[in-house]
Design a protein around this ligand. Structure first.
Ligand SMILES: NC(=O)c1ccc[n+]([C@@H]2O[C@H](COP(=O)([O-])OP(=O)(O)OC[C@H]3O[C@@H](n4cnc5c(N)ncnc54)[C@H](O)[C@@H]3O)[C@@H](O)[C@H]2O)c1
Length: 308
């Protein structure tokens, strides 16, 4: 018996990379799987139903059960359809893993409205469409359930992906809100911030700690399983060989206005720097390291080009 025996699970973005690895692992652990993928390029263009069909064929070849859905997860009707497909085929939906994603890189000052909306739509709204449809059914099933979102370390900040970073931050808050709202129904909601070698990560211009996409699947499988019941509102980094848990945001220090009502600008200017101060930003040290690495890689590439 596998970890997911008897469960019915939908995985979005299941046609490639991490989503495909999770769909295969879920089937291997005994789940029936809805393989949902729009079959698009990394930038979200040229949809095709072939990739979802191919993963379903792989699962069936290995003796598992799966159904393909090729649609855009940012569409409410598609989110509902993915959930309905599991319920119609097998009677319940027990888990949803939202892995679908695209990238449209651009510096903030050059980013178009379309580039922002498209990325936020696929990632953030693509979680809402599935979380909403699945939680409505899970609540009535009265047997709990598990929602797993995919964020990124880039939710902290990203130089040329403000759209992606904002969407990934939104996914963290959406997941925590789902955990809050659904706890009394026994429905867990957690996020994975993965790092894996896929088409999406292959052009990252600095070194990342990452293994193959299949190295992310065990954590997603466990979060879907009964063994992880009660684990909720957590954000886990997973690079394959390393799993880390993120802190839960809290206020660190506070100060009170002299009159007990409101601060004046003068009072803030006088007291804030010495009373509560501001926080160190490790992300800037990381940014400096990446910029240095990118400059070294560029110099090395130019050196090679001029030598040949
Ligand atoms: N690879 C990494 O190192 C890394 C790092 C951080 C976060 N992530 C996140 O992990 C997830 C998977 O990334 P990956 O590297 O496997 O990417 P990938 O490009 O290999 O796969 C993404 C899949 O999502 C599908 N997709 C895109 N838009 C869709 C839509 N509108 N509807 C349905 N399906 C759609 C694509 O067709 C593709 O099959 C993404 O959310 C990504 O942001 C990946």
């Amino acid at each position: 018996m596998g970890y997911l025996a008897g469960k019915n699970i939908a995985v979005t973005g299941a046609g490639n990379g991490i989503g495909r690895a999770i769909a295969l692992a879920c089937a291997d652990e005994g789940a029936n799987v809805v393989v949902a993928d729009y079959g698009v390029s990394m930038e979200g263009s040229n949809p095709s139903s072939k990739v979802a069909d191919a993963v379903v064929a792989e699962i069936e070849m290995a003796g598992g059960t799966a159904v393909a859905v090729a649609g855009d997860v940012s569409d409410m009707e598609v989110g509902q359809y993915i959930v309905d497909t599991a319920v119609d085929a097998w009677g319940t939906i027990d888990g949803v893993v939202c892995v679908a994603g695209i990238v449209r890189e651009r510096m903030l000052f050059n980013m178009t409205e379309e580039e922002f909306d498209h990325v936020v739509g696929v990632h953030l709204k693509g979680h809402f469409t599935l979380f909403k449809a699945a939680s409505a059914v899970m609540r009535k099933q009265k047997s709990g359930g598990s929602l797993v979102g995919f964020t990124s370390g880039a939710f902290v900040a990203s130089t040329a992906q403000a759209n992606y970073s904002a969407a990934k931050g939104g996914i963290v808050s959406l997941t925590r809100s789902a955990a809050f709202a659904l706890r009394k129904y026994g429905i867990n909601a957690n996020c994975i911030a993965p790092a894996a070698m896929t088409r999406m990560s292959e052009n990252v211009p600095f070194e990342i700690e990452a293994g193959g996409p299949e190295a992310i699947a065990p954590l997603a499988v466990w979060l879907m399983s009964d063994s992880a019941r009660g684990v909720t509102a957590q954000i886990y980094t997973c690079t394959g060989k390393r799993i880390a848990v993120w802190n839960q945001p809290v206020e660190l220090r506070h100060m009170w206005a002299d009159d007990g009502v409101a601060f004046s600008v003068d009072e803030i200017a006088e007291k804030l720097p010495t009373t509560i101060g501001d926080e160190e930003m490790p992300m800037f040290a990381d940014l400096d390291r990446r910029m240095k690495e990118m400059a070294e890689n560029k110099n090395a590439a130019e050196g090679e080009a001029s030598a040949s």
